[in-house]
Design a protein around this ligand. Structure first.
Ligand code: BGC
Length: 367
């Protein structure tokens, strides 16, 4: 009898813990066409807080504790909706689709038919075109521990075939994980490759050159001047792209520039070492002064590591601060760029009757 009372007490405590992730909906303003944008504030018992808006599915802020328990916002963003709407090119915190990253020459051929996409990055198409999923106001509703966002992308949207129904769920766990689950279905063959474009700075300030990064990849994709992969992925061994052992982005960023003559920094795609089909570690980022650690887990085959190369101070972030080149870095889980035109790469084709179903988790801890 005593035992079962104790057991009930344990169950009561654990259920109250799992119910301790709170979700609050509030207004985040109106788009010029009158659409209301909602903000979902998701908080766990440890005080970690994610704020997500329906516009672009953007993670507008993410507060995580340092080793002393002090919270800092570790993502770049804007103060208000007008800031996000005026920002054409950073994709701060947004959901990217239908195709994250680039499709070469802004076209691809599927089942013998060629589809032309918006040319918005050199000769290529970047991040789903001119009005990608980052610029849509998604339908949002609270779910236990987070928010479910849905979007209907009609046949021909930004040149992509098929009516696509997309659902993305962000949930926060009690152990400080931001879990992102993406699903999509189509009524015609199409290509899908989604990602989240958060810019991380685990110090919450300054630059990211002294963060310590590990990428779980033996290979990366050398690219042309337009950042389209040149061919098959190549070994990272002996190159500035070898992050298999913890290394700061700052240590070899100039060599990375020299090698590819891009003069900007890291903006490359690593092909992840994978052993199965579930969540596996793609990257680990540590910030030595705060002790914050971010581990990126995914079921996706690749990750884009980007050092904010195109931030030139002209875009102002939260508090009106100019956002500069090394203010933050991105670790975007995805398929490799230009996969629809690279028959040897893992396929990004989605056919009617199949479900695009993928998960990425940002796991926070301290060291
Ligand atoms: C791309 C960069 C681009 C950035 C913002 C990244 O995913 O790789 O080249 O500048 O997104 O658009």
């Amino acid at each position: 009898m005593k035992f079962s009372v104790a057991l009930l007490a344990v169950l009561a405590v654990s259920s109250s813990l799992s119910a301790a992730v709170s979700v609050k909906r509030s207004d985040f303003g109106k788009m010029p066409d009158g659409q209301a944008v909602s903000l979902f504030t998701v908080t766990n018992a440890k005080g970690m807080e994610a704020r997500i808006i329906t516009y672009g599915g953007v993670v507008v802020s993410l507060k995580t504790p340092d080793r002393k328990g002090a919270l800092a916002d570790v993502v770049l963003g804007h103060d208000d909706l007008a800031g996000y709407m005026a920002d054409g090119g950073t994709y701060f915190g947004a959901l990217i689709g239908r195709y994250a990253n680039r499709i070469g020459k802004a076209q691809f051929t599927l089942d013998g038919k060629t589809y032309k996409l918006p040319v918005n990055n050199g000769p290529n198409s970047l991040h789903g075109g001119n009005e990608g999923f980052d610029k849509r106001n998604w339908a949002g509703r609270e779910v236990p521990g987070g928010v479910e966002l849905s979007l209907f992308s009609k046949d021909g949207d930004e040149g992509y075939p098929g009516n696509l129904k997309v659902v993305v769920t962000y949930t926060l766990t009690e152990d400080n994980r931001l879990h992102i689950h993406y699903t999509a279905t189509t009524d015609k063959p199409t290509v899908v490759n989604m990602s989240n474009h958060s810019y991380w700075n685990l110090k919450g300030d300054g630059d990211i050159l002294g963060h310590v990064l590990t990428i779980n990849a033996d290979k990366y994709s050398p690219v042309d001047a337009g950042l389209i992969p040149l061919g098959e992925p190549q070994p990272v061994a002996g190159t500035p792209f070898d992050f298999r052992k913890p290394t700061t982005p700052g240590a070899r960023i100039n060599q990375a520039n020299d090698q590819l003559k891009l003069g900007k920094g890291y903006d490359h795609n690593w092909v992840l070492n994978r052993t199965g089909t579930g969540l596996e570690m793609a990257a680990r980022l540590e910030e030595p002064t705060s002790g914050r650690v971010l581990e990126v887990y995914t079921d996706q085959p690749a990750v884009q590591f980007y050092t904010g190369n195109f931030l030139d101070g002209s875009v102002k972030g939260k508090g009106g601060k100019p956002m500069n080149q090394r203010t933050a870095l991105c670790l975007e889980t995805q398929h490799s760029p230009d996969s629809p035109n690279k028959p040897t790469y893992p396929s990004t084709v989605l056919r009617p009757g199949s479900v695009y179903d993928t998960t990425t988790e940002f796991r926070f801890s301290v060291k």
